[in-house]
Design a protein around this ligand. Structure first.
Ligand code: SAM
Length: 295
């Protein structure tokens, strides 16, 4: 069992390095001895598949990933943790640490330089304050990515796994379902962390699809429409979409009717094929979108 799952040892290392954990950087470290080995075993990394970790913290998950993966590249924002990681990961020779912000680094370049174009997995206990931006960035950047296994807040995990057409679905879930097949793996109680956060957590895995499950004529317009449709959950999809300014309400209602949906349907009632058909219909020149004619 790794000593990093002993709260007393973690506190001793932090004190010795003069470190206080930062709430602003989402620093809640895993101290449950079963969680990191389970994540490492389920993330898809193996002797032929390298892994990208986001936020190694003190290295509890990193050490387990190092034991199963060909190579681990771990991106950490907080420079203060590097002397700690040099100590805790001293025996993990296949781990490379990169200092940086996962939301700003050039991920294509990182993947090419560190993994030489090989398909890789992501495995991380995410900083919860940026769960959605990280997932969106990973999914929307063209990367040779096989799967993403991440710990997130339990409620966020439930929302992310909700399929379009289900009540809890939002713009992030619709984007996730377009790119991947999500699956809730297991739940983790708040007591598994030091310090314990105010919420429970869950680990989910997204398996990237070889091709999207629906035909979308213009991806940029599709995602723009999806974000608009879910932006105001109390409104109908038509009202939300036209509030974003690109289409008139009559156009959206005509498009909804053309795809066989109710004019007053809410975004969360529309399935992924319906969302795709709606975006395609809105961009067709003609009745649904006279403004697009001749553009
Ligand atoms: N992996 C460790 C564990 O499970 O114990 C730590 C996980 S902790 C929830 C999140 C980690 O992400 C922290 O180490 C934090 O410093 C780091 N972090 C926060 N924002 C980041 C960012 N934008 N880019 C990279 N790492 C970040």
């Amino acid at each position: 069992m790794s000593r990093l799952s002993e709260p007393g040892y973690v506190r001793e290392v932090l004190t010795r390095h003069g470190l206080h954990l930062s709430k602003a950087m989402g620093q809640n470290f895993l101290v449950n001895p079963t969680v990191c080995p389970k994540m490492a075993a389920l993330c898809g990394a193996d002797g032929h598949t390298p892994v990208l970790e986001i936020g190694p913290g003190m290295g509890a998950l990193t050490a387990e990933l190092s034991a199963v993966a060909e190579k681990v590249v771990a991106v950490e924002l907080d420079r203060r943790l590097f002397p700690v990681l040099a100590e805790t990961l001293a025996d993990c020779k296949n781990v490379e640490l990169v200092q940086g912000d996962i939301l700003k680094l050039d991920l294509q370049r990182l993947a090419a330089e560190k993994f030489g174009g090989e398909a890789f997995c992501v495995c991380a206990n995410l900083p919860y304050y940026i769960t959605s931006p990280i997932l969106m960035r990973l999914l929307e950047t063209a990367l040779p990515l096989r799967s993403i296994t991440v710990m997130v807040q339990k409620e966020a995990a439930q929302r992310i796994c909700a399929a379009p057409g289900e009540r809890e679905c939002g713009a992030v879930s619709a984007t996730v379902w377009y790119h991947a097949q999500p699956r809730l793996l297991f739940q983790v109680s708040r007591g598994s962390f030091l310090p314990p956060p105010k919420v429970d957590s869950a680990v989910l895995r997204l398996d990237l699809r070889a091709a999207p499950p629906v035909q979308v004529d213009d991806e940029a317009r599709f995602f723009e429409m999806v974000r608009a449709a879910f932006a105001q959950r109390r409104k109908t999809a038509a009202n939300s979409i036209c509030a974003a300014g690109r289409y008139k309400k009559a156009q959206v209602e005509a498009a909804l009717s053309a795809i066989g949906a109710r004019a007053n349907a809410r975004a969360e009632e529309l399935t992924l094929p319906q969302l795709a058909a709606l975006a395609n219909q809105l961009e067709k020149p003609g009745v649904a979108n006279p403004g697009a004619a001749g553009v």
